[in-house]
Design a protein around this ligand. Structure first.
Ligand SMILES: NC(=O)c1ccc[n+]([C@@H]2O[C@H](COP(=O)([O-])OP(=O)(O)OC[C@H]3O[C@@H](n4cnc5c(N)ncnc54)[C@H](OP(=O)(O)O)[C@@H]3O)[C@@H](O)[C@H]2O)c1
Length: 270
């Protein structure tokens, strides 16, 4: 059986790498790994039984065009596009510089749109295709210290829903919205200083997220993981004022505690 060609962005690290490792062992899929760093991509590809890679910055239209030309000329088709590349920078809505708001929009939203626009005509020509966008719980609810990131992921969710309405049934669009996942995404930030214990308790293992992403390829839809956070978001849908009240209380209490920890550690170093 001919394997399905999966174009996967953000494949050099974290969630994308975990998805690549699973696809690269599967009998059904043939992954093509994408990110900006060729050395990391090559190292991940060497761990696969089958797969290929192509370095590309998804915010650069010339590189995106070269990527799609490469895939089509070598493999003829793209069955699945997984838009996973993205990053987050943390900080208050007021303190976050406008360049960071722009940067996250450029990568998380517009970069994804740009690659999708390059791939979609080929999928339509084939008569079918699947697009899986890795969004976040931050695409569904605002989060303190993540305003810029949330905005970019809300945009991605809106784009995904519109795509599904415009192009289904030929094109199926799925959106995975995970809560916090243990990956290099957080860099020097401590997740325990960003999220209240309730959210942190629901942190996900990267391999579990990869499993969900691959399941979503079989039946694309909007999926929130883990279940605990998915239930919490049902409250937002059905009783938004009550959800906002409890969410505000939870974050106010948490941020106050974090602030007093920071002030006492400052006092000790004086
Ligand atoms: N970790 C979490 O808590 C969490 C939760 C929910 C959703 N997510 C989302 O999941 C996705 C993957 O995140 P992760 O946690 O796996 O983070 P990660 O380990 O930092 O991986 C991010 C990946 O994106 C690639 N990338 C970044 N900018 C790019 C660009 N302009 N062009 C091409 N590739 C680019 C990076 O590779 P290069 O630097 O080599 O380009 C890397 O492979 C992101 O969209 C993130 O928003 C993460």
């Amino acid at each position: 059986m001919q394997k399905q060609i999966v174009l996967l962005t953000g494949a050099s690290s974290g969630i994308g790498k975990a998805i690549a490792l699973r696809l690269g062992r599967s009998n059904i899929y043939f992954p093509i790994l994408v990110s900006r760093n060729p050395d990391q991509l090559s190292a991940v590809t060497q761990q696969l039984e089958h797969g290929d890679y192509f370095p590309c910055d998804i915010t650069d239209s010339t590189q995106v065009e070269a990527l799609v030309n490469y895939v089509i000329s070598h493999y003829g088709q793209i069955h699945v596009l997984i838009n996973n590349a993205g990053y987050g920078k943390f900080g208050g809505a007021l303190q976050t510089p406008i360049s960071d708001y722009r940067g996250m929009m450029e990568t998380n939203y517009l970069g994804t749109v740009q690659l999708t626009q390059a791939v979609l005509p080929w999928m339509l020509q084939q008569g079918s295709g699947k697009i899986i966008n890795i969004a976040s719980v931050a695409a569904l609810t605002g989060t303190p210290n993540l305003a810029a990131y949330c905005a970019s992921k809300f945009a991605l969710l809106g784009f995904s829903e519109a795509l599904q309405l415009e192009f289904s049934p030929q094109i199926q669009v799925g959106v995975l919205c995970p809560g916090p996942v243990q990956t290099p995404f957080f860099r020097e930030e401590d997740p325990a200083a960003l999220f209240p214990p309730f959210i942190l308790r629901h942190s996900l293992d990267v391999d579990r997220v990869a499993r969900h992403a691959i399941q979503l390829m079989k039946r694309p839809r909007v999926k929130v993981i883990p279940a605990g956070i998915s239930w919490m978001l049902l409250l937002k849908r059905w009783l938004p004022s009550l959800f906002f009240y409890f969410n505000k209380k939870m974050y106010d209490r948490f941020l106050k505690k974090e602030q007093s920890k920071t002030s006492s550690s400052h006092a000790m170093t004086k």
